[in-house]
Design a protein around this ligand. Structure first.
Ligand code: FE2
Length: 422
């Protein structure tokens, strides 16, 4: 007898009336209209069953710290970094853990079951690193938390930056990070990319670097990252995050750059919620939008994900762990309104980030982990349009969270008494 049978589900690829059979925490079968005995049966009612949301780019050490010690008045990236610097001396292990666990609760409730979080390695104490390694262990039964050693103040620019980052990796942080555009010079930024990629190659780790997060059309660190990836044979293991300078770059140069990124099989993460608010702050009108060239990078066959980046912290005053909000913003900023493009926006918060993280057993296929989300929507485009309610969130076949369908009572003469937006 099966442990769980979900029937009458729509899948993201458009298949209808699908049944998902679960045994021992894994998906045993995905087929149309299966009728088999199970300890637990769930009627999906024709609604969308998706693999869980994945966030390929987040900062869990700063999440939910909004207003501490003050808010970011200018709204710029640089004031955010300065503000984080003001907060750091006051951080405690317990406070970081408590905020991070609260965020992970939100994430699970939103069907977000895997997060790649950068963790600041700039302080010699490595306080945020120890705290998030602690959180990683505590949430492991219900959420995959992958950590990136992130030298927020510059691995070469900050005293002891390289040593601190290497100690973080030795403690078990999974991925090598960087921030070349924040190093003192372009040359030092390039040098940091080379050093960090060599460390990753030596240690067999993945790379995920904040790269060219600026409005500078001449920022060239993506090119260096692609080159080092290709030189060291790290194809498919390196991600460039933000890449906002690509928005402002000369089109001719981009026509050279994208093939270099293809050659390196570089992963890309755009963070539309954050970069639509942070970028273009030095512009009058027209104001640049500051999201990297998502449709063009997708058309080139690169794996592109949308990340949430920040929630209630020195850089962003909004958010609630909702990856559909990130997809919704990405769709609008990227003008990705065709049916195919809207589907790609949904993939950018599910299958694409799962690939960048290298998640094992992800997806709605036999043999994969029985991890999925039932959404109050009939298809991916509708899920994005409605930022659909997560009716049920399962991991390893076990229900972790549920929410009621958002139905409004209507009191209008001659009209239906209920509105559900489907
Ligand atoms: Fe970031």
């Amino acid at each position: 007898m099966l442990d769980l049978l979900i029937h009458n589900a729509a899948l993201p690829d458009g298949r209808q009336n699908m049944s998902i059979a679960v045994q021992g925490g894994r998906i045993a079968e995905v087929t149309e209209g299966l009728n088999a005995p199970a300890h637990e049966m769930v009627d999906a009612g024709g609604l969308l069953l998706s693999p869980p949301f994945v966030d390929a780019h987040f900062h869990l050490d700063s999440a939910l710290s909004y207003g501490q010690p003050r808010v970011n008045d200018s709204g710029t990236l640089l004031e955010g970094i300065a503000l984080w610097g003001e907060l750091k001396p006051h951080l405690t292990h317990d406070a970081i853990v408590e905020r991070a666990l609260a965020y992970c609760d939100w994430a699970v409730a939103r069907g977000l079951l895997a997060i790649r979080s950068h963790v600041d390695t700039s302080s010699a104490s490595l306080l945020p690193v120890h705290a998030l390694l602690d959180v990683q262990k505590r949430v492991a039964p219900y959420l995959d938390l992958q950590l990136v050693a992130f030298p927020q103040d510059g691995v070469l620019r900050s005293p002891g930056g390289l040593d601190n980052l290497q100690r973080a990796l030795a403690l078990g942080v999974d991925v090598v990070g960087g921030i070349p555009h924040f190093e003192r010079t372009t040359a030092q930024g390039s040098e940091s990319v080379r050093i960090l990629c060599e460390i990753a190659a030596d240690m067999g780790k993945r790379v995920d670097m904040h790269c060219d997060e600026s409005d500078d059309p001449l920022s060239r660190h993506v090119e260096t990252l692609a080159h080092e990836t290709q030189r060291l044979g790290l194809h498919g293991r390196v991600t460039g995050s933000h890449l906002t300078s690509m928005h402002s770059m000369d089109n001719y140069y981009v026509s050279k750059l994208i093939p270099l990124m293809q050659e390196a099989d570089l992963g890309v993460v755009a963070n539309p919620l954050i970069n639509i608010t942070l970028q273009g702050r030095h512009d009058s009108y027209p104001k640049r939008r500051g999201m990297t060239r998502v449709p063009e990078l997708m058309a080139a066959g690169l794996t592109v994900a949308f990340g949430h980046d920040c929630v209630l912290d020195p850089w962003y005053s909004g958010g609630s762990a909702d990856m559909l909000e990130a997809a919704h913003m990405g769709l609008h900023v990227g003008q990705m309104t065709s049916q195919a493009a809207m589907r790609q926006c949904f993939d950018a918060v599910t299958v694409h980030p799962a690939k960048l993280l290298g998640l094992e057993g992800y997806g709605l296929v036999p043999g994969a982990h029985a991890d999925f989300v039932l959404l109050h929507a009939r298809n991916p485009a509708e899920a994005i349009r409605l930022r659909a309610a997560r009716l049920g969130v399962w991991r390893r076949g076990r229900l972790l969270a549920s929410s009621p369908a958002p139905v409004a009572q209507l009191q209008l003469p001659g009209r239906p008494s209920m509105v559900n937006f489907l």
